[in-house]
Ligand binder design. Structure first.
Ligand code: H2B
Length: 101
């Protein structure tokens, strides 16, 4: 997958397909809310596995019934790349199975 920095327009186009996600402090980010703290912890583990599989790792913060995901590409000087959006789409696919919203 290409790891070049996305332009502002490319970033906006991709964000439109990912409701709930935003660019915050230069990172592609979303916070999920879950029914229980344990469910939130399970989502963290699932996302961690996806990240290892794809060798792309976000900041992953377990809060009180929340999970915050924030990612950028260090290998591209901290820019947003296709890898960040691919990870976000994968997380979106599995989050509902944990009751995340
Ligand atoms: C060598 C290895 O591919 C790199 O260190 C990977 C690992 N995980 C990564 N994760 C993220 N978010 N950005 C990167 O640039 C990155 N690089």
């Amino acid at each position: 997958m290409a790891t070049g920095a996305l332009s502002q327009q490319e970033t906006e186009d991709r964000l439109r397909e990912l409701p709930g996600w935003s660019v915050t402090d230069g990172r592609l980010a979303r916070t999920y809310r879950l029914g229980t703290h344990f469910a939130a912890a399970a989502l963290v583990v699932h996302v961690a596995r996806i990240q290892d599989e794809s060798n792309h790792h976000s900041e992953l913060t377990l809060g009180y019934n929340t999970v915050a995901v924030a990612v950028r590409t260090h290998d591209a000087g901290g820019a947003l790349t296709e890898k960040d959006f691919a990870l976000a789409r994968r997380v979106e696919e599995i989050a509902p199975s944990h009751g995340a919203s």
